[in-house]
Write a protein that binds this ligand. Structure first.
Ligand code: GLU
Length: 495
């Protein structure tokens, strides 16, 4: 590759930052870092109606959260800025003027209502609904008459007639489009703003972008863009169109499949490392010998190869993401896990704003018990509520299973007495008490463990009973066993 490697991410701030855009950004970033090139962020905010400051913020937040720092772009500057298209209008107008002078473009005075009426007529006649060329060859007097009527004009690109447009896609190979499928498309709207195809070409050329890596849904724009490069004599970058993201049913990933906004994954407690790792493998097949799935940022950069990106769609497999997140959560140091989980515990009201040292220690002990099993940080409150609440939420099934045998009350009573008598309340001493009592009663340990779990947690499953009882503490355990008996078992002693 002889040209300096420069790639760009060019999102439009017209909605929450999508996981598909995050994947595109990541592939650009990996490509740039792998080749020691530059990763540019350019904001395509020329759609005045649909662009919003919140969407713009979600792009910055999303990229920062994933650690995809841009080398040039908003907030960072760079020699080839500004990097917001809304700040580059004079440049586009300059290029448009040149095309107009060379008669490669022309003013079009058709209003959108008129265009719609004519399109409708074409549709009715079963014809293609391309622009009919009404303003293509307007003579000067006709033009000024229209101007005098106060009509605003857009500028259209004059399509070369016939022929084909070809390019070699780095992922898809040879791609050919018939020019006859394209019409004289608008390059400058009547509000003075450029359209996407035109602005993207001017900017990719002026920002010296060497490789355009974008989603497959952009491929139908590429022939228009190539024709624009040629007509303006601008250097043409190489193109790579990334496979679409699909849901499990192999249809295009959409809200129907669940979350698609990157921020929703963040808010549910997916770790950025997990998201990065997961996104990197979407569409990137790495040969059978490289079946490793857990890869650090450095490994991803080192191994990334655009030539081994697939053509076919990439399934966004939520279960895999959950599994990966579980992996990264398990390898998170406990202190860090406390920091990560606290906002969720606070938000659900289980933990107050101010945390004493002993309370913090309690949170830490609780998290140590569930760390193995967390998939989303947002699950932490429901998984651990019984460690923090005074009153329990009893799981009906767990309770009815626990009270099945007629002597459960006596078993629990006997266990309480043993627990009261323990010198220390540790997982070892609790286990010893449970097992020796079971033996004396001639029952399996499970016959004590299951009802006790239901009594002290209200649940049928959870971390190891002895460990969790130690973390709950003796007082709470005894109190809960008594409460359970009086609530669900008729033989309980009152009080
Ligand atoms: N603004 C376009 C989009 O968000 C960019 C497409 C491209 O990368 O050229 O779809």
């Amino acid at each position: 590759m002889d040209r300096e490697i420069r790639v760009r991410m060019a999102p439009s701030p017209t909605g929450p930052f999508h996981v598909g855009s995050a994947r595109t950004a990541l592939f650009n970033y990996l490509f740039a870092r792998h080749h020691a090139g530059a990763f540019v962020l350019r904001i395509e905010d020329t759609d005045l109606v649909r662009s919003t400051p919140e969407s713009l913020q979600s792009i910055y937040d999303g990229l920062r959260w994933l650690g995809l720092g841009w080398d040039e772009g908003p907030g960072r500057g760079g020699e080839l800025g500004p990097y917001l298209q809304s700040e580059r209008l004079p440049l586009y107008r300059e290029f448009v003027s040149k095309l107009l002078t060379e008669e490669k473009a022309y003013h079009c005075y058709c209003t959108s209502e008129e265009l719609e009426v004519r399109r409708e007529a074409l549709r009715a006649a079963g014809k293609e609904t391309k622009y009919d060329g009404k303003c293509k060859d307007l003579a000067e007097p006709e033009r000024s008459a229209l101007e005098q009527q106060g009509r605003k004009s857009a500028v259209r690109f004059r399509m070369p007639s016939g022929g084909q447009t070809r390019f070699t896609d780095m992922i898809r190979g040879e791609v050919t489009f018939d020019n006859s499928l394209l019409d004289d498309f608008v390059i400058l709207k009547s509000d003075g703003f450029p359209t996407y195809n035109f602005a993207a070409v001017v900017d990719d050329a002026m920002m010296r972008i060497s490789h355009v890596i974008r989603g497959e849904d952009g491929i139908s724009n590429t022939p228009r863009q190539l024709l624009l490069y040629e007509s303006m004599g601008l250097p043409i970058p190489q193109f790579a169109h990334l496979p679409l993201l699909l849901g499990k049913d192999r249809s295009k990933l959409s809200k129907r499949h669940g979350s698609t906004a990157l921020s929703e994954f963040r808010d549910n407690g997916i770790l950025p490392e997990a998201m990065l790792n997961f996104l990197a493998l979407l569409g990137w097949s790495r040969g059978e010998q490289d079946a490793e799935e857990i890869l650090s940022r450095e490994e991803l950069i080192e191994r990334f190869d655009i030539a081994s990106v697939n053509k076919s769609g990439a399934v966004f497999d939520l279960e895999k993401l959950e599994w990966m997140n579980g992996h990264y959560l398990r390898s998170t140091p406990l202190e860090k896990l406390v920091e990560l989980a606290l906002p969720y515990l606070r938000q659900s009201g289980l933990v107050g704003k101010v945390l004493s040292d002993s309370h913090r220690r309690h949170v830490r002990n609780v998290l140590a018990l569930v760390q193995e099993r967390i998939r989303y940080l947002s699950d932490v409150p429901s998984m651990t509520a019984y460690f923090f609440c005074e009153s329990l939420d009893y799981d009906e099934k767990a309770v009815s299973k626990a009270v099945k045998d007629s002597d459960v009350g006596q078993r629990l009573e006997a266990l309480s007495t043993r627990l009261e008598g323990l010198r220390e309340f540790t997982k070892e001493s609790i286990e010893q008490a449970v097992r020796s009592l079971a033996e004396e009663l001639g029952i399996s340990a499970g016959k004590l463990i299951h009802p006790t779990r239901a009594a002290v947690t209200g649940q049928g499953v959870g971390p190891g009973l002895f460990e969790l009882m130690e973390v709950l503490g003796r007082e709470k355990c005894l109190y809960r066993i008594a409460a359970f008996r009086s609530k669900f078992l008729s033989d309980a002693v009152s009080g």
